[in-house]
Design a protein around this ligand. Structure first.
Ligand code: ATP
Length: 240
């Protein structure tokens, strides 16, 4: 379930309003597969809203989002985009095993009445192996550690060959070892042809995982290489 052709995501003048509240404005950048982007800003800066709007979860978002120069339609999003919400938005008591969860990532490809083929089953096994979930396939998601849970959801995100992977605070609540492992997996996802955008709070650890940084404070303050963006001056403007 994999495509290796390169792809470019263009975001032009993205705005999101919730009635009178402006949550995100003036976001404009372009980025290609193989890259990793940290979305950074203080609480309420618009990070989650921005990721949700790329995932197509905010119908009223204004602005242009293109994939290889064409509008990212609802149908394209179903195939191209994988979104991992914040931990607290997930019902960890939901009675599903790791394998069942990863299979869910194939539903947009299989369709509601479609049949799982051997290729689909292989894709699930591959995604679980890639995320280091061997031996945990039949465990319920509520019985996993935080790091294992994140990796199970990442496997679900990538099983259908998503090219744009959106992660909302994937490192939240993980210990140092689990963070290091997740960082490696995010980098290997990008190396294998995806574009990964993730909101992230720990400024020090950004360069290790993310080549680029989008700095938000409702509006876009900066976008570029993480070293260029994370200057003391920019950080002060974003967090003060
Ligand atoms: N569904 C909604 N309805 C109304 N306002 C909203 C909604 N979702 C977000 N907002 C507002 O939009 C702004 C941006 O919120 P958002 O959750 O995107 O910020 P964030 O940077 O992800 O914050 P945090 O780091 O705390 O998760 C905030 O002012 C928030 O109150």
């Amino acid at each position: 379930m994999k495509s290796t052709a390169s792809g470019t995501l263009t975001v032009d003048d993205l705005h999101v309003h919730f009635k009178e509240i402006c949550a995100v404005r003036d976001v404009t950048f372009e980025i290609s597969t193989g890259e990793t982007v940290a979305i950074v800003g203080r609480n309420g800066a618009g990070k989650s809203t921005f990721l949700k709007s790329l995932a197509g979860l905010i119908p009223d978002a204004a602005g242009v989002v293109l994939w290889n120069g064409s509008p990212l339609t609802k149908l394209m999003r179903r195939k191209l985009v994988a979104y991992l919400p914040q931990r607290e938005e997930i019902d960890w008591s939901f009675p599903v095993t790791v394998r069942g969860l990863v299979d869910m990532g194939l539903y947009p490809l299989v369709g509601p009445w479609g049949r799982f083929t051997q290729a689909h089953r292989n894709a699930t096994e591959e995604a679980m192996a890639k995320m280091g979930l061997e031996g945990l396939e039949d465990r319920r998601i509520g019985e996993l550690s935080g790091g294992q849970q994140q990796r199970a959801f990442l496997a679900r995100a990538i099983v259908g060959g998503a090219r744009i992977v959106l992660l909302d605070e994937p490192f939240a609540g993980l210990d140092t070892k689990a963070c290091r492992r997740l960082s490696q997996l995010i980098r290997s996802l990008a190396e294998s042809g995806s574009l990964v955008l993730a909101s992230h709070h720990d400024l020090k650890s950004i360069p290790e995982t993310f080549q680029h940084t989008l700095l938000l404070r409702t509006r876009q303050l900066a976008f570029g290489s993480s070293e260029e963006v994370l200057t003391p001056e920019n950080i002060k403007t974003a967090f003060e």
